[in-house]
Ligand binder design. Structure first.
Ligand SMILES: NC(=O)c1ccc[n+]([C@@H]2O[C@H](COP(=O)([O-])OP(=O)(O)OC[C@H]3O[C@@H](n4cnc5c(N)ncnc54)[C@H](O)[C@@H]3O)[C@@H](O)[C@H]2O)c1
Length: 372
């Protein structure tokens, strides 16, 4: 096995690529960011200049030919995750795939199979498993602080994504539930010790962004688990005021609450405004809650460092392609539930759905197909 810092290439040069690059540089003792690939002329070069990355490509396939790159981060739209994963695996490189793992269950299965076939790791980018506050809650729960856990709540909300492709269901696969609910599903599944999900119930609506998307911009989701616990996951692209991410955990003997952003912020009032408060905050005038050490509090530097240590065989992946696939199954069931207006039992086989949101958008058509 190779030694030294793991050489990393990133696909993409915008929002999440920026977070990956900055995170890798925060904890650069385990990794060396050596390349970036992004198709829009000039973007990869500007990104490389900002992060001092020596190799720049407009075609990620060219980057995959670089023999010394060992781990590749996929920070590209959801519809490209499967194809990219298969090509990275075939090039013999370990994969970090951003959430959600894939658009379809079949894609997710192919990604896992490709990684196995080529003997590389498929690691699923779910940073909530590395978020220091949430990790602390999990450590306390595992130490018995709350007794038997019966309810986990996770909520992530903001006023909608930054790039066009998120709003296009053919490129994203779904709206707020797909984009943000994937975090809550992965979080509660992990928090509850990977107890199997036995049912999914969702209620969805498009309340403020109907003029630009067919997708839901608000979703409530209830998951039931084999161990008797329940999760309530709330997601929104309709919530004003910047990113909000929080958890609540209830057990027979106690409870804990964590508000990721406001809990780590300075309660601030400013007539004049200032540079930056928190992800997706529209203004810094008036009351605001500027976060500090934002990436560290998200957990992305810790996540990517852990993945690099897995590549070196020093640790075992805490978040895998298999975990990502559990989430994709639950996403399908959630959209079907909202389309059908009923709780969906797991395991659930979605018939003829090219993407999860189809089961909500075509609820009645799906009902007819399922009853044939
Ligand atoms: N973990 C998180 O909290 C988190 C946050 C944001 C985004 N994400 C995920 O990260 C992924 C990227 O999202 P984003 O917000 O960075 O989107 P973005 O629109 O900001 O950036 C997408 C990038 O992909 C690149 N791209 C598009 N087509 C490509 C192609 N054919 N080959 C190579 N690159 C291509 C674009 O040029 C761009 O640089 C998505 O899957 C998203 O769900 C995760």
């Amino acid at each position: 096995m190779a030694e030294g810092r793991v050489k990393v290439g990133i696909i993409g040069s915008q929002f999440q690529a920026d977070i990956h690059a900055a995170s890798l540089q925060i904890m650069s003792h385990e990794t060396e960011l050596v390349a970036v690939a992004s198709p829009t002329p000039g973007n990869a070069a500007a990104f490389a200049k900002r992060f001092n990355i020596p190799r720049v490509f407009t075609d990620y396939r060219e980057m995959l030919k670089e023999r010394d790159i060992e781990m590749v981060s996929i920070c590209a739209p959801n519809s490209l995750h499967a194809q990219m994963t298969k090509e990275i695996a075939a090039a013999g490189k370990h994969i970090v795939c951003e959430k959600p793992l894939a658009m379809t269950v079949a894609e997710g299965e192919e990604m896992i199979a490709a990684a196995k076939r080529h003997g590389v790791l498929l690691m699923y980018g779910e940073e909530l498993l590395f978020t220091p506050k949430y990790l602390k809650a999990k450590e306390m729960a595992d130490a018995g602080a709350f007794g038997k856990i019966y309810l986990v709540k996770q909520s992530e909300k903001h006023f909608g994504p930054h790039s066009d492709w998120f709003w296009d269901v053919n490129r994203s696969g779904g709206g707020a539930f797909m984009d943000l609910g994937c975090h809550g599903i992965a979080f509660s599944y992990w928090f509850l010790g990977r107890s199997p999900i036995t049912s999914v119930y969702c209620q969805m609506g498009t309340h403020v962004h109907g003029h630009k998307t067919k997708a839901e911009d608000d979703c409530l989701c209830i998951l039931e688990f084999a161990n008797g616990a329940t999760a309530l996951i709330e997601n929104s692209w309709a919530r004003r005021g910047g990113m909000d991410d929080r958890i609540e955990v209830f057990g027979e003997d106690g409870e804990t609450y964590a508000n990721l952003h406001m809990g780590n912020a300075l309660a601030t009032y400013s007539e004049n405004g200032y540079g930056y408060a928190v992800e997706k905050a529209p203004t810094t005038k008036g009351w605001s809650y500027p976060v500090f050490e934002e990436l560290w509090n998200y957990g992305t530097p810790q996540e990517l460092t852990h993945f690099a240590r897995c590549v070196r065989g020093k640790e075992k992946p805490q978040s895998t392609g298999e975990d990502g696939l559990v989430v994709v199954h639950a996403l399908y069931a959630g959209y079907a539930s909202a389309g059908e207006g009923r709780k969906i039992a797991m395991p659930f086989n979605a018939p003829n759905a090219k993407k999860p949101i189809d089961l909500w958008l075509n609820g009645s058509a799906y009902r007819q197909a399922a009853s044939r």
